[in-house]
Design a protein around this ligand. Sequence first.
Ligand code: CMC
Length: 427
Amino acid sequence: MTETATFKTGSLDKSFPTLSGTVGPEVVDIRKFYAETNMFTYDPGYTSTASCQSAITYIDGDQGILLHRGYPIDQLAEQSSFMEVSYLLLHGELPSAEQLKEFSWTISRHTMVHEQLSTFYRAFRRDAHPMAIMCGVVGALSAFYHDSTDITDPIQRLIASHRLIAKMPTLAAMAFKYSIGQPFLYPQNELSYTGNFLRMTFGVPAEPYEVNPIIEQAMDKIFILHADHEQNASTSTVRLAGSSGANPFACMAAGIACLWGPAHGGANEAALNMLREIGDVKRIPEYIARAKDKNDPFRLMGFGHRVYKNFDPRAKVMKATADKVLKELGKSDPVLDVAKELEHIALNDPYFIDKKLYPNVDFYSGVILNAIGFPTEMFTVLFALARTVGWVAQWNEMISDPEQKIGRPRQLYVGETQRDYVPVDRR
Ligand code: CMC
């Protein structure tokens, strides 16, 4: 028997069906709510709204659980590779050895970008933020790959998905090289996805580049940890842009724009800047006091999450990876000491305990990326690179969903009611 949720106000008494997923809260199906009640629901930030049905990623924020296609993130980060996770997100199942080989090969065949795209880079100022460049060049891909923009054709959608996953490392590395005035490096397809990216970023044409396997593994883990995260702001942006039928490259550019913000993907850059500003464990109490002060807009960056009201499961893996990378590089980073002490103090402070504010994925990722040699402006670019697979998987799922409609939220209008125009000389 279908459960219903009843809505009563004044003389109105309407029931709406509830829907059950495989796990997680029930949802009330309010698709006919406006038609039957002449009312809208009000939910700024969509904190109580399921905008779609999805079989890709599941999060239980209270328990600190993150599953991709049912597999826990820590198992994937420890045991699989970014290519394997990409296949899983796109196709729903872990690949066999043969499928993984073929998928990795296919991705490697799409790593080059149209040569003309490199001239596009040269139009940017050298000090342009690489996310500004990424918004432009990823959107521009739609001008280069006309043969994969018909979204009604599943084959074209798959080719566009492969192209996006494959070209993001090349485009990201080019954004970095442009900012430091070094020549772009072409991909080398005998390297792994992540090794190739490291070489295009840190190698130079004048010398051979040897990929450090520990750094390669750490970077691959960082990519896995950022690969998808349910209906977050940038993924919802990609879905909303795609719901109008826009081509996949344009949709990804929209996702990149959304990810750029400091409350979303920009948080790892902000977290590292904050840790550097604190500089010394002695200054932590001052910053904790500021974070708690209602009159101070300062927030502890890398703390808190819209969904996780427990430890972000990705943060645990990230912390262990930070230790490993610093050990490999023989670096002792005072910023890591500040991070660990800040975490310790915050986790024992009633303000953070009561509000369930725990470190999120961005708290430690900046420390690792900094140690590997990335400037802070590149952090969000790396997030975008990894999240591209999540975006394309969610975009494909949306396009194939028969219940998909153009996204069109409504509003609670609080402006002027109708009034007559007054000519300018009488105002
Ligand atoms: N430092 C201090 N206080 C905080 C923090 C923080 N980082 N985050 C939330 N609070 C307080 C906030 O002031 C509010 O207090 P009160 O109830 O007294 O007004 C309460 O906690 C709830 O905050 P909220 O803003 O309503 O929570 P939210 O779920 O809307 O915001 C968030 C989530 C991530 C935007 C927020 O925690 C934040 O700004 N964190 C810092 C930025 C950050 O690290 N973002 C990365 C998110 S993870 C990466 C990703 O998935 O993109």
